[in-house]
Ligand binder design. Structure first.
Ligand code: C2E
Ligand code: CA
Ligand code: CA
Length: 520
């Protein structure tokens, strides 16, 4: 569409043309008068008279003005074309990397799919996502993040055949559009791209290591379908640490929902939507509250308070568990500091997932957090499950020893649900066993469970471990635990998990309730 000139420009043009016309008329009239006065036709000779001369003169004038105007118009057209080209470039390219942007990619994909439907070459979409980009951005700053994205774009472009469509969708997501490639061919290109991402990137004097996950979708459906399928496959690749995954319908079954939650969870951690609640742990012998367990919830804007069972597994699968654990640790230690300032010395227990035990940077971060909150290491206890410690015993032991060396207490959570023997557990630097609530809840009615609890308490004590019973729901269970010599208890009958601000009152209330033996 021709852009219409603004009214101001039209007015200026009209004034100019009128001015030029007036100049032509005036000069032509003056020339006519001069021609008659000096009898120019006689001087020139030949078959001319005044009228012919005047006409010739006015034509000459108009030619001069016309030429000027046509030069201007030409220059204007060139300028406009350049401006339009620039605009079109900007509308189709990502300003940071110079690659095609999302809109241009969508167009190119639609064109390619149309051609494929008309018998042209088949289409494959590769969606690549960097695995550790956020970390780089958060810890080293946006300018390093930007440089890294440019370096990634450059390296990816170098891996592809000339003319291959490569786009950046935004953030750390890149898309490659392949023509005339079958699934194995597309997968090979994807593998090559991911391998290229694994080579360190020299950025800002540093060597940055980022990994990538790539989803591949081939043929079938609309361009939008292809892009969505590549996204689903990328998510599967990330979840299973595959590097590359090719879309198949089975991946779709629960993926759209999960995908949404993954993005949402990532945002929730970043935007501080996680809320930590605290459940008191009470000493059975004297009814004193010795600590609390930090239990995370997600305050979802639409779904309300989401329990951890609904998002911890996803966080564990996708690498979000590390920022999640860090966020919980930070909140728990902030609360611990606040309670101490109010005269309440409570140990805070924080749950670690299996993957945290493979995180060799964890101990350093814990040490930093303790320092930042001016808390002694004994203010923190970390709970691990026996199965977690069994996953990669060598590495887990190393991480646990580093934590223990800091002075942090360690406990084995959900004891009884895994397959580790007590003997194995004593090789871990742990001081406490938490008996799983499935045994405790039913011990009142089930003699077998009562026996398990009793023998666990005895065995643990003989190994020098403290025992906590979880899931104490009745006064009878509490009393039975006292008889068995269990050290501490946690459960709804004592107190439910609550926000940190409610803890001091709840502690006072528990102390009142449990002060005198059997006056409950
Ligand atoms: P867990 O570590 O075994 O935590 C105890 C769970 O039992 C909590 O559930 C708590 O609310 C519940 N509970 C406490 N007393 C009773 C009781 O008397 N009866 C019954 N039926 N349940 C009781 P919640 O808060 O839903 O947490 C579930 C699990 O989620 C936790 O089990 C833990 O494995 C995991 N989790 C919670 N917060 C975190 C976290 O910050 N990081 C990690 N990695 N896992 C977490
Ligand atoms: Ca726990
Ligand atoms: Ca537990």
């Amino acid at each position: 569409m021709e852009p219409s000139a603004p009214p101001g420009a039209v007015r200026a043009l009209r004034a100019r043309v009128l001015r030029e016309a007036a100049v032509v008329v005036l000069l032509t009239a003056a020339f006519g008068v001069a021609s008659v006065h000096w009898d120019l036709p006689a001087h020139l000779g030949g078959p001319v008279d005044d009228v012919v001369l005047v006409l010739a003169f006015s034509h000459l004038l108009m030619m001069v003005f016309g030429k000027r105007r046509s030069d201007e118009l030409k220059a204007e057209a060139v300028n406009r074309r350049e401006a339009e080209q620039q605009l079109r470039y900007r509308a189709q390219h990502d300003a940071l990397t110079g690659l095609l942007n999302r809109a241009a990619l969508a167009e190119a994909a639609e064109r390619a799919v149309e051609e494929a439907c008309a018998g042209g070459p088949s289409v494959a979409v590769l969606l690549l996502d960097l695995d550790r980009f956020k970390e780089v951005n958060d810890t080293l700053g946006h300018h390093v993040g930007d440089d890294l994205l440019r370096a990634v774009a450059h390296r990816l472009a170098g891996e592809l055949r000339e003319g291959t469509v490569l786009a950046r969708l935004g953030g750390d997501e890149f898309v490659v559009l392949l023509r005339g490639c079958d699934a194995p061919g597309a997968e090979e290109v994807a593998q090559r791209a991911v391998r290229a991402l694994r080579r360190p990137f020299p950025v800002d004097g540093l060597l940055l290591e980022v990994d990538g996950s790539c989803g591949v979708a081939v043929g079938g459906g609309t361009a939008a379908d292809l892009l969505r399928h590549a996204d689903v496959a990328m998510y599967a690749a990330k979840a299973d640490h595959l590097g590359v995954a090719v879309y198949r319908p089975a991946l779709d079954a629960d993926a759209p929902d999960q995908l949404r939650t993954f993005g949402e969870l990532r945002r929730a951690i970043r935007d501080g939507e996680l809320r930590v609640h605290y459940q008191p742990r009470v000493s059975v012998a004297d009814g004193r509250v010795t600590g609390v367990e930090a239990l995370v919830r997600w305050e979802h804007p639409e779904r309300g308070l989401v329990p951890p069972a609904e998002f911890i597994p996803l966080a564990e699968q996708t690498g979000l568990i590390r920022p999640l654990t860090d966020a919980v640790l930070d909140q728990a230690l902030t609360a611990g500091r606040r309670w101490r300032d109010a005269g309440l010395e409570l140990t805070v227990g924080v749950n670690l997932s299996a993957r945290s035990l493979l995180d060799t940077g964890l101990a350093d971060r814990v040490a930093e957090l303790l320092l930042a909150h001016a808390l002694p290491a004994t203010a923190l206890e970390l709970e691990i499950t026996e199965s977690a410690a069994m996953k990669d015993p060598g590495r887990a032991l190393e991480v646990l020893h580093r934590l223990r060396d800091l002075g942090v207490e360690l406990s084995v959570d959900d004891y009884g649900t895994g397959h580790a023997s007590l003997a194995y557990l004593t090789r871990l630097p742990v001081g406490t066993l938490k008996i799983d609530r499935s045994f405790v809840q039913t011990m009142e009615l089930d003699a077998a469970d009562r026996t398990i609890v009793r023998s666990t308490v005895d065995l643990a004590h003989s190994l020098g471990l403290q025992v906590v019973a979880e899931g104490v729901e009745t006064r009878a269970t509490w009393e039975e635990l006292a008889r068995l010599g269990c050290d501490s208890a946690q459960g709804y009958w004592l107190a439910r998990p609550m926000p940190d601000a409610d803890v001091p009152d709840a502690v006072a209330e528990l102390h009142r309730r449990l002060a005198a033996p059997h006056v409950v």
